[in-house]
Write a protein that binds this ligand. Sequence first.
Ligand code: GLC
Length: 408
Amino acid sequence: MIRVLVPLVLLLAACTTPVQDEAWEGIGPITFVDGRDTTADRRVAEMVERWNERAGQREQAKFVEMPSSTDAHRAQLTARAQDLAGVRGSAECYDVMAVDTVWTAEFAAAGHLEPLDPAEFGVDRMLPKAVEAARSPDGEQLWAIPWRSDAGLLYYREDVLKQAGVDPPTTWAGLRRQATEIAPRHGLAGYVGQFRLYEGLIVNAAEAIWAHDGDLEHPDEPGAKAGVRALAEGIEQGWIPRETLDYDENASLDEFRSGRALFMRNWPYAGPVLNRPGSEVVGKWAKVALPGPSTLGGWNLAVSRCSPHQKTAREFIKFVTGDANQREMSRLAGFAPTSTDLYDEPGLAADPLRESLLNARTRPPSAHYDELTSVMQDTLHHVLKNPAAIDRSLDQLADDLARAKGGR
Ligand code: GLC
């Protein structure tokens, strides 16, 4: 009997092994990379823990944090992807990458990403502008799944404006007036935003330009010049503190949170941070849409081509971008969901974020966005410090942009 069974068992083993391998193919531990977790109470790290609790031992995710500036984040992801170009299945690979909406086209064009099936992730339920930015220009391929969207908001000291008997501003002129007149009476800085030499500067400059009916892509036209001039004059006059030339999102948030500014432009994640213990403005702040269109921000999740565990990577992305997790991250971390239905639920239906997102405008979609933004950043930072150079420098920028767009 035993003599018959042994070969039978061996034969069965021989038959099942390849089938099993196939079943496990693409399944295994993954590395998930996002920017530094600046959410109140480290909600992104906690979300990865939630995945790890429900995923089996085989599919654990390791969370790696990049620098919080999107430019430095991009540079590090690019360096790793280039090192592993052409390699399939490396343990060094960043399996799932959070990629800023502005860099997605570039990552896709460089061949770092795996195409994804829209139906598998239900992208039909997501904000069309966010999905469009994750597709190839011809719309054929989907390269990433929109996870959290982003739109700017104007945070303000509700206690101070109430005392002054005014509503929050709805125009740039109103913002300037209140920041100039009311803030000094309370020993506050007027308006803080993000004017450091990095991508956040483009976001803020674009918003000022659009608020003055200009076009970011045509900086030599009057509207664009008026928008940039409004910022430069604000810095010159002091209602926008000069220190903001070195502020990113976190620096401006610190300033507002410490009770030192009347107005702040920031993303939705700032709200929960302002309510944390240690904040000087708990119960004293409120938010409205910006006095003009916001820049559409946001982060997509992509599967790296070098990933050995692409099935797990896709399952992880489904978990993170699913409605249940998006709802949770909106409530806990203030993230702007990409799932449109969630905006009709009580938590968001009355939130100014909804209006801000609906009116948000995109930065120029391009696989060469890094070149476009670096010329724009240099010029804009220079003219914010030297308003006299605005006319000449923005005319020059228009030429430089045309060249960069042509890839020259
Ligand atoms: C936020 C936005 C992103 C933008 C960045 C600029 O992270 O989501 O799109 O590029 O801020 O600092």
